[in-house]
Write a protein that binds this ligand. Sequence first.
Ligand code: PEP
Ligand code: MN
Length: 360
Amino acid sequence: MENRKELRTWLDDMKLDHPLVIAGPCSAETEAQVLNIAQQLKDTDVNYYRAGIWKPRTRPGNFEGVGALGLKWLQKVKAETGLKTATEVANRAHVELALEHDIDLLWIGARSTVSPFIVQEIADALKGTDKIVLVKNPVNPDLPLWLGAIERLASSNIKNLGVIHRGFSTYEKSKYRNNPEWQLAIELQTKFPDLPLICDPSHITGKRDMVFDVSQAALDLNFDGLMIETHFDPDNAWSDAAQQITPKALIQMTKDLKIRKETDSETEYNIKLNNLRAQIDVVDNQIIELLGKRMKVADGIGILKKEKNVAVLQSKRWNEILGKMVLEGEDKGLSEEFILKMFKAIHQESINHQEKIING
Ligand code: PEP
Ligand code: MN
């Protein structure tokens, strides 16, 4: 990774010359596993070593973590490699044990952020701490819930705060394990530009071969760091096997990721431009996604019309849609000419689809 100088708060104090990297296994499994991975991440760009000790599992019966025993292994990691340590806490007892074992960074998991009771309990237990506390987004795409958790921690006088974007659950299946909904992270970044924003591409993608691209997208959106699940034998990991990458792959990734240089007078301009372009890419993808959805609905109408032997073109309905869209467009600063052109093209595509169905 190349130079990067946009630093703030606790991140500022770290004086990093690259985005923050948190890496390590999804779960601590055995002492040997924890130490082996840590040794491979020593003297690399990795700043914090993560390992889940208490694992919140969606369904019972899966590996639920080794518990407090694993905290001793993390202490050993720090003693043997100098890597700082990070783990997830989900209640008061976890917080107390993590603090006793001098864990440097604690994060609140997505399943905890959804619960104001749990977040408040954690905030009370952490009151006044100078440890770094990161809040993962809630599993559901609800920005106020995410902000509420941050506010509860801030009210407990926890100063070294940050957030982790790990994507959101959706009912509809997509290529992601958790849909990124980048616009939510962008909104949070716009509201709180000083709050360090870390991306967790492992839980967003759920698949190791997608981790690089999502990491690059996050850096293009000006994220401050990455949390990446790393295991020496990913396929045999006790949790999240499909998304973990090897330490070797992680080290290569940190070399291949492109980070904006901040060396010339054009820097500010370039950062802003890249950020806006990344936002445009996000919106363009959403447009395509929505158009695809619209065509699927049009196909459904085509099937109905075929059954009833009704003509494809229903001009009364079409004129109503156009009139409504011209008004809506005006409201958003879009010209009538543009709306007409765009909807005619969309409409034509729908007709083509339906004709194929009816004549097919
Ligand atoms: C994790 O980081 O291993 C984890 C459980 O993540 P999340 O809370 O994002 O599901
Ligand atoms: Mn995991």
